[in-house]
Structure formats: structure tokens, C-alpha cells
Design a protein around this ligand. Sequence first.
Ligand code: UGY
Ligand code: MN
Length: 245
Amino acid sequence: MTGPHARTVVRRDHAVIAPETHVAGPVPGWTGAEHVQLVAPAMGARFSMALVTVVAGAVAGPPAEGCGRAVYVVSGAVALEAAGRRYELGPGGVAYIPPGDAHTLTAAGAGRICVIDKPHVALAGAPRGRPVVGDATRTTPVDFLGDPHVRVTQLLPDDPALDLALNIMTFDPGASLPFVETHVMEHGLLVLEGSLVYRLGDAWYPVAAGDAIWMGPFCPQWCCAYGTGPASYLIYKDWNRDVMA
Ligand code: UGY
Ligand code: MN
């Protein structure tokens, strides 16, 4: 029990959602699943990010109309049927489903999945997207801006049909982002392991595995990992399509 104490904060341009403040609930259309909504338009974001706890046989409901969906398997296993094919996704498994594509997502056992739904913004002239699957455990990370102590694992392809990116950033202890980033793109972030200090705007937050962050457009952001092992987080980013939209 933490009583009145909580690390969670929700500000105009960012939020930190700590697990001790999670309130899980069902979501219409899903069966066998409980959602913790980590990021939602209600806080000012233009996408939804949920941590979904599933039991064996749980079935996902569809995203809202016009939304593409990205899924990351934190633990457990899910089966995806899409575009006439069946995919098995284990821990680290990733899928992207374009808006309007019929698909089923069924849990093979108890687990947790992170589900990101985003109103799709099509790039002029881009082809219609297809379902994409990936696997973080089989993807080679690359140095981030030349620093071997900060690595990025790109989970989805650079494809003009997609309008979002999903990556894992990994920091050795003491490693940091090289500068305070400020960009029009939003982020949804879930810390997967380790500990970091995150600067958001003019505030500083210690975060650890299980914590989630929303960064709105232009939220200044920086972080540094601390502790004895690496820190990593799953990070969503919308692509910069039409800044006047
Ligand atoms: O690419 C990014 O925007 C990423 N480096 N941002 C972040 O980790 N906060
Ligand atoms: Mn960023």
C-alpha cells in the first residue's frame, strides 16, 4: 500500500504512469482481458496505449475505426491471424495491423501485451499497408547516433504505408540520450527493465520497469540509465506527416 503517495503525474505535455496507480478494467469487445490504459486522448495524446493482461483464450477486440494497431508481447504468447496467415508471437513479438484489416488476436496463455492504437494518417501516394510481424529477440540492435552504450532495436520497417514507429531503446548503466530532444512527434513509452532518470519538460523523474510515459508534441526529453544493469524501454513514435493537420 502506498496510501496517498504515488509517483504518477499527469501534466499538459507529459505523464508518468506508475504501476502502483494502475486500475485495470474490461474494455468492450475484448474477452478474457483486463486493460490498464496507460496513454489516451483523454490526457491530450493522439493515440491510445494500453497494457493488457490476458488469460489463455483471450480474444482482442478491434481498434477504433480508422486506427492502425501495433502490438508488443511483454510476456506470454499470442496468435495473430491476418491476411490469411497465422503468426505465433512470443515475448518480444511484434505486430502491426493496418486500419480496417480484419484480424484476430488470441492469447495462447496468460501474459501481458502492450497495444497501441493510432488514428491512421496516410502519406499521399503511399500504398495500402499490410500486416507486419517482427521479433525483438531476433532483431539486431544498432548504436544510437554512434554511441555503443545506447542501442536501438527497430521493431517495424521503415515503410511509407505505416505512420508509426516502434523501437526498443537500451542503455548501459550511466549511458544517456546525447541531448535534450524536442520534436513534434509524440511518444508512448513502457520501461521493460532497469532504472532511468527521465527529464520531461522541466521536471525529473526516476522510472523503472513497469512505468509508462507519455510525451506530447515538443515535450523536451532526456534520460540517463542508472543501476547495475542495462535499462530498456519500448517506445512508440508517430511519423511526422502533416504538421498543419
Ligand atoms: O528517437 C527518439 O525520438 C527517441 N530517442 N526518443 C526518446 O528516447 N525519448
Ligand atoms: Mn524522442
